[in-house]
Write a protein that binds this ligand. Structure first.
Ligand code: SF4
Length: 365
């Protein structure tokens, strides 16, 4: 799993299907094609090429252009000559050795106040639902005061100081995953433990990762880089809660017969529980397949998470429609609402003023 898949999983933690497929490293795009429901996910070849050219430019000559941008963006005025170091992290011995090298560089950087350190493609490790996940941020900057800042390099442009909110949101969700991985690394380095509750913020850590990330993008219509700070607090809180809710993969696998293969017999996929919502269309290659199944079952999930939550125990569109007919639960709720309002301030309680929604039950005394 990478930060993109973890962020997508965190957006839909109830989906056992995606959790198993991602943990198994199944190519969901190819699987969707074999199932006859290909999706239209991913970047265009043009965007991919543009992104590669942009990143190459930033990293050329020992990250010269990236460091120059960081000097302009992060260094306080008058501190332009502060030393900035870019240690070599590209060891070839595998993920465990790369992660160890990243940890030792972070520890070393924290012990040298006054020096800025840029970690280009560090490797971080984190436990998620019982599995160890390796994550590779574009870069992490260690400031002289010991704060760590996550850098996300993206190929979409910042035009006149603003960028596509959906793309910024996706980048922020990925950066939030990296901040959580950095917190786990900081705790390991300091020999402390992170709070067990996903609602509690860690306290008293010397090398606390900053909750503000730095987004590096092409400026306007050029290929020259610019940077913008992004507040990640909300994404960090949501992602931490959602990751804590992920079910362990071993438990999810219990529904599959022994020896089942997700790639060779794609219909084993259907045995895994899914949690379709229209949000999946922008986040998962299997969206068309899961939507077809949800529609065939008449599930209210196809109408969106908001409506699903409002309908409470009503799980199918058919049940919801039946509930609105005279004598049904929703019709009765609307009637109670009208009566409650009539007892109140003498408001207009004509049927047109009342809506037939389970939320209306909240106003019934
Ligand atoms: S599309 Fe299907 S597999 Fe993918 S996240 Fe949604 S419900 Fe899960």
């Amino acid at each position: 799993m990478d930060a993109r898949t973890l962020a997508a999983l965190a957006a839909n933690p109830g989906c056992g299907r995606r959790a198993v497929l991602d943990a198994a490293g199944v190519d969901k795009g190819a699987l969707a094609e074999r199932l006859g429901t290909p999706g239209a996910m991913g970047q265009s070849p043009f965007a991919i090429t543009r992104g590669l050219v942009f990143e190459r430019r930033l990293r050329a000559d020992g990250c010269a252009e990236l460091v120059a941008l960081l000097r302009r963006t992060l260094l306080p005025e008058g501190d332009e000559q502060a030393p900035v170091e870019v240690p070599d992290l590209l060891v070839k011995e595998g993920a465990a050795v790369r992660a160890a090298r990243t940890r030792s560089v972070l520890a070393e950087a924290a012990s040298r106040p006054g020096v800025w350190t840029v970690l280009d493609h560090p490797l971080l490790r984190m436990e998620v639902a019982g599995s160890t996940v390796s994550l590779e941020p574009d870069a992490v900057v260690v400031r002289p005061d010991g704060r760590w800042t996550v850098l996300e390099i993206k190929s979409f442009p910042i035009l006149d100081g603003s960028a596509d909110p959906a793309k910024v949101g996706a980048a922020a969700r990925q950066a939030a995953v990296y901040v959580l991985a950095l917190r786990a690394t900081a705790a390991a380095l300091e020999g402390t433990t992170l709070p067990a509750s996903p609602y509690a913020e860690p306290e008293g850590m010397a090398a606390a990762p900053s909750t503000t990330g730095l987004l590096v993008c092409p400026r306007d219509f050029s290929n020259a880089p610019t940077a913008a700070s992004v507040d990640l607090r909300k994404q960090i809180a949501v992602t931490r809660r959602q990751l804590a809710r992920l079910t362990r993969v071993e438990q999810l696998l219990d529904v599959l017969p022994s020896g089942a293969s997700l790639e060779d017999t794609p219909h084993s996929v259907d045995a895994l529980p899914h949690a379709y919502s229209p949000d999946c269309l922008a986040a998962c290659e299997l969206a068309f397949h899961c939507r077809t199944q949800a529609r065939a079952a008449g599930a209210v999930e196809t109408l969106g998470r908001g409506i699903r939550a409002e309908l409470g125990g009503i799980t199918t569109v058919e049940e919801a429609l039946a509930a609105t007919t005279p004598g049904g639960e929703l019709a009765r709720a609307a009637e109670l609402r009208r009566e409650a309002l009539a007892m109140g301030a003498g408001m207009d309680v004509t049927p047109a003023a009342a809506t037939t929604s389970a939320r209306d039950l909240a106003v019934v005394p």
